[in-house]
Design a protein around this ligand. Structure first.
Ligand SMILES: [Fe+2]
Length: 361
């Protein structure tokens, strides 16, 4: 058996005499050599067992050195190739370097030079391989870190969600249903997975700012005074403020939290945004939110019948709601008898992919 530290070299030349010169020199330096008399033969040898180093003549019948080089670079990228050229072929030699040869030897060559070039080429190869492996491991480490960051973020958000649940049990079921309606609408509108994911996240968290609303006002059974209404309606801005630092790479999710009570006619809160100034993802959640709010039963009032709630959505088209979003809702949930949906299991919260990438960078 060959000792592990012996490097094998494949010498390719159609002239046996020249091949022998190189083989003798390399074997004298501790290499183990294999020989091939043509490019085709060399490929067969490599298919049998790849080698770390190939030294190949440029001009050969059947398959020349350049074609062989291309094949080796493509199929055995970890193999170092040194091309042997005549002095007059320096331009071809440079072309070989561009194709991926690590070095070239001009004939007639001095044995010391061959030694130096071979050592250099193998050093280069080792560095390239080390670098590749480093990058591979680095990528792995970065991925682990990105996952950890995402976990930390989600732990933080879950802590907030639980805090709100303790304060207002209604919000949890509401948020999960709103997310479900919003995902159905988003899919009906043809949004891609990443956008759907962002909408689901924003919808799950849209009422999180109720953490900052007085419990007395939040649970008041009777009619709210103007001041109490305005106090409750601070929740979108509070939620966006709380989640801002956690979700700074997911601006659309934040927009959903801050703007889900905006109206197309500009009479919403907190910014009075109008029409297209309200991102479409937000308009999706507004419709889902309104439908769920209307159809859910609260301790102080029964839920509206589904048909009435659907009618309200239609009447609000172009005024409060985006007509295309209302149509997408009807398309996604066509069976009135199946509405309102039962409260589903919460989807696992996910950071939008772009936000994960931004955190990695
Ligand atoms: Fe809300």
């Amino acid at each position: 058996m060959r000792p592990p530290d012996v490097t094998t070299c494949l010498v390719v030349d159609d002239e046996p005499r020249l091949r022998r010169v190189l083989v003798r020199l390399l074997e004298g330096d501790g290499f183990m050599c294999r020989e091939a008399g043509s490019g085709v033969e060399a490929l067969r040898e490599l298919e049998r067992e790849p080698v770390p180093l190939v030294i190949s003549d440029l001009r050969m019948p059947e398959m020349d050195g350049v074609s062989l080089l291309r094949e080796v670079v493509h199929r055995w990228p970890e193999t170092a190739v040194i091309m042997v050229t005549a002095v007059a072929e320096v331009e071809s030699a440079v072309a070989c370097l561009q194709l991926g040869a690590l070095d070239y030897l001009a004939k007639p060559f001095h044995l010391d030079e061959v030694r130096a070039r071979v050592t250099q080429a193998l050093d280069k190869r080792r560095l390239i391989l080390e670098n590749k492996s480093y990058q591979l491991h680095l990528e792995g480490r970065v991925q682990v870190q990105a996952r950890r960051i995402e976990e930390l973020f989600l732990e933080g958000v879950h802590a907030l969600v639980h805090a709100l649940e303790a304060k207002d049990a209604y919000t949890r079921g509401h948020s999960v249903r709103v997310a479900n309606y919003a995902v159905g609408i988003a899919r009906a509108l043809g949004f891609d997975d990443e956008a759907v994911n962002t909408i689901a996240l924003g919808a799950e968290l849209h009422d999180l700012g109720k953490i900052g609303v007085s419990e007395v006002v939040l649970h008041k059974a009777g009619k709210l005074s103007d001041a109490e209404y305005l106090h409750i309606m601070e929740h979108p801005a509070i939620g966006a403020r709380i989640l801002g630092p956690l979700l700074k790479d997911a601006p659309i999710a934040i927009a959903i939290v801050r703007s889900h009570h905006e109206r197309l006619d500009g009479r919403g809160l907190p910014d009075g945004l109008m029409g297209d100034a309200i991102p479409v993802e937000v308009r999706v959640v507004s419709v889902a939110d309104a439908f769920d709010a209307m159809t859910s039963e609260r301790p102080y009032r029964p839920g509206l019948p589904v048909a009435r709630a659907l009618q309200e959505l239609e009447l609000g088209q172009g005024i409060q709601f985006d007509g295309r979003v209302v149509a997408a809702f009807q398309h996604a949930f066509p069976e009135v008898a199946d509405l309102p949906i039962p409260t589903p299991e919460p989807r696992p919260l996910r950071l939008p992919a772009r936000a994960v990438d931004a955190r990695r960078a």
